[in-house]
Design a protein. Structure first.
Ligand SMILES: C[S@@+](CC[C@H](N)C(=O)[O-])C[C@H]1O[C@@H](n2cnc3c(N)ncnc32)[C@H](O)[C@@H]1O
Length: 367
């Protein structure tokens, strides 16, 4: 077991938000979104989208683009650039002169995979909002984009925290499903933190199969060098599973634990219930589900209280919206209600909370 503060060192909550806020605000100003909202005085989402369509050529006829404008409103309210009006879902712009905040030099270190990914996405936003197809997909062309992003320090540290807790509940030689394995960062980390776990990995595309297998082999070799023999990973791909909305190709109670990292936001909102009910089905009684995601900032600041985490979540959600199939981060209260209704309970100790770190890490036990 590793000391907690060593693991948490890679998690600097809110760091990407600090780095990216000036760039996102500059984009909002450059695109003319702020100018349009100022011209409307008091507006609702329909009125703002109508103006952005007429004046800037934004295309809200399909996809998640309308949701992106709602995300911007929530961000600008949190930043104090907009404020809610007294009645209904309406807002007004508070700014008369624009002063973009400068980047904090303490956060300006280069080379973070998460910040680089958000920058790449933001460069694609103007074209996407004007109707271009989602430019980043889960395909071979974007393999390196996903590898760099998903391997960032924050996600790796979060996977460690999740896996340590899951291992301590499920026991050393548990069966573990890595749901939506992607480039394999979760598998490699599981082999490091939980070497005796018997890992099964599944994804709905085989675009990542090669790189995930390389990471699995690397984890296997590292364990072997230390005299620990891990079981070979069992692989399932697109011929076994067509993705969220289709049942997983495993029998009831097949796994002691499921790791679900950075995939929740690709579930269609109307399929969430069925997807998590199916995940519960494949867990053994008392089995553990560990989820890495982010909680959508709530107006009451109860579930996501920290300012820079809220900013990070909104910028992350807005940026990744240019990726094919992105549905965004979900309301924490609704998640808690759904998980309880489906028969999960919280398994963080002490106290059995469902989530921690501003609702980014979830540990659920099949009741
Ligand atoms: C952001 S990646 C996360 C990958 C990996 N779990 C990690 O933490 O690095 C999202 C994953 O969800 C998968 N995915 C995206 N849309 C999906 C869908 N509609 N059904 C099933 N899987 C999907 C992708 O193939 C990818 O592996």
């Amino acid at each position: 077991m590793y000391p907690m503060n060593e693991i948490l060192r890679g998690i600097r909550p809110g760091m990407p938000g600090r780095r990216m806020l000036p760039e996102l605000l500059a984009l909002v100003v450059r695109e003319g979104v702020l100018e349009r909202s100022r011209a409307l005085s008091v507006f609702n989402l329909d009125e703002l989208c109508g103006s952005l369509h007429r004046e800037l050529g934004y295309d809200f006829s399909r996809g998640n683009r309308r949701r992106m404008i709602r995300l911007l409103i929530d961000l600008l309210v949190d930043c104090g650039w907009m404020e809610p009006a007294r009645y209904g879902d309406r807002w007004s712009c508070r700014l008369h002169g624009i002063h973009l905040p400068g980047e904090n030099p303490a956060d300006a270190t280069e080379g973070d995979g998460q910040v680089d990914f958000f920058r790449r996405c933001l460069r694609l936003v103007p074209g996407y909002l004007r109707g271009e197809e989602a430019p980043i997909a889960f395909d071979a062309e974007n393999l390196h984009v996903w590898e760099e992003f998903l391997g960032c320090d924050e996600f790796q540290a979060c996977r460690s925290v999740l896996l340590d807790r899951m291992a301590s509940i499920a026991g050393d030689s548990a069966s573990l499903l890595d749901l939506c394995h992607g480039p394999g960062w979760g598998i490699e980390r599981a082999m490091e933190r939980w070497p005796e776990a018997r890992i099964t990995a599944i994804d709905f595309t085989d675009a990542f199969a090669g790189s995930a297998k390389v990471r699995a082999d690397r984890g296997y070799a590292r364990n072997a060098a230390r005299g620990r023999v891990s079981a070979p990973v069992e692989w399932f791909g697109p011929s076994d599973w067509k993705g969220f909305g289709h049942p997983l190709p495993f029998p009831e109670g097949a796994f002691d634990a499921v790791l679900f990292s950075c995939g929740d936001s690709y579930i269609r909102p109307d399929a969430r219930n069925a997807v998590y009910a199916d995940l519960r089905r494949v867990l053994a009684p008392g089995g553990i589900l560990g989820i890495l995601t982010r909680g959508y900032p709530d107006p009451e600041h109860r579930h996501v209280p920290s300012y820079w985490v809220r900013v990070t979540v909104l910028i992350h959600d807005f940026s990744e919206s240019v990726c094919a199939g992105w549905h965004g981060f979900h309301d924490v209260g609704e998640n808690q209600e759904m998980f309880s209704r489906l028969g999960f309970r919280g398994a963080w100790s002490p106290g059995g909370a469902m989530n921690l770190l501003d609702s980014a890490l979830w540990i659920l036990k099949k009741g």
